[in-house]
Design a protein around this ligand. Sequence first.
Ligand SMILES: C[S@@+](CC[C@H](N)C(=O)[O-])C[C@H]1O[C@@H](n2cnc3c(N)ncnc32)[C@H](O)[C@@H]1O
Length: 195
Amino acid sequence: MPGDYFRRLEPGEIFADPKPLEVDLGCGDGSFLIDLAAAHPERHFLGVERLLGRVRKVCRLATRRGLANLRVLRLESRYTVEWLLPPASVSRLHLLCPDPWPKARHHRRRLVQQEFLAAVWEVLEPGGEFLFKTDHEEYHEWVIEEVARYNCGGGFETLEWPEDAFYYPKTDFQRLWEGEGKKLQSLRLRKPPEG
Ligand SMILES: C[S@@+](CC[C@H](N)C(=O)[O-])C[C@H]1O[C@@H](n2cnc3c(N)ncnc32)[C@H](O)[C@@H]1O
């Protein structure tokens, strides 16, 4: 738990030793995060999840597997990115199978909006990536359009994301949707490296 929810965290307050930080927004039951943290002891992982039961479950599993490089924050994703994470502190930010809010009158509840993208830009380190997956084709299109509007000719680069690009475990919801025959859409964005 942060000592103070009303100021930005210093990098050393999340993990004391400096290693690349990955953040999973809406980490759910956390199997993706746990598998990734187990595969990368040289990196740090922070799950963000608003439901206490899920936070407890991820913490329990992480403890059982002895993962000292994983922490979970029980908080709202947008608040975390816009107000808590230190600038240029995140190497990869994952948003996987978020609620698509399909009804038009609920679109304003979607996480990916202009203010959110501006905050993602701020918290990513140069060369850092924002990785997004959804089973909802219209939300995928929405994100592409929001990013194009945010970029206005500059900004995020879109990278290829072939399945074998790097180890990327399936999430619980991905397994669920693929089990129902749905296909996931992906987007891999990068804040350009400096220089
Ligand atoms: C559809 S599930 C996806 C979980 C996981 N990413 C996966 O792919 O299996 C969405 C998760 O995000 C959490 N969530 C939804 N909105 C959130 C928010 N604004 N802040 C934090 N967590 C949120 C939900 O409680 C849920 O666990």
